[in-house]
Design a protein around this ligand. Sequence first.
Ligand SMILES: [Zn+2]
Length: 107
Amino acid sequence: MSSGFDEYSGFDGADEDSLRTERAKARQLRKTRWWQQKSAAGTCYYCEQVVGFKNLTMDHLVPLARGGRSRKDNLVPCCKECNNRKKNMLPLEWEEYLDQQQGRSIP
Ligand SMILES: [Zn+2]
């Protein structure tokens, strides 16, 4: 899994230091009232399933690895399943992925 990472080394949005800073910021935001209110309903932002507060994770709409930041407007509650699937996709790529999934289930 380590190969291929070097491709991103020229990308200034995701150096180790800023990643660490942004992760720390996300952890801090997780403790705030803002996040509690946002995730209290227990609803996943992406699939809109109610999975319960405890099963929600904090997800970056634009992943940190893609230059996203730990800001309130870039953080959403999502279920573990969506988090696993989304990984480092950009919102646009993720939407396309969801469209594909839906397209498959429609006859
Ligand atoms: Zn979900």
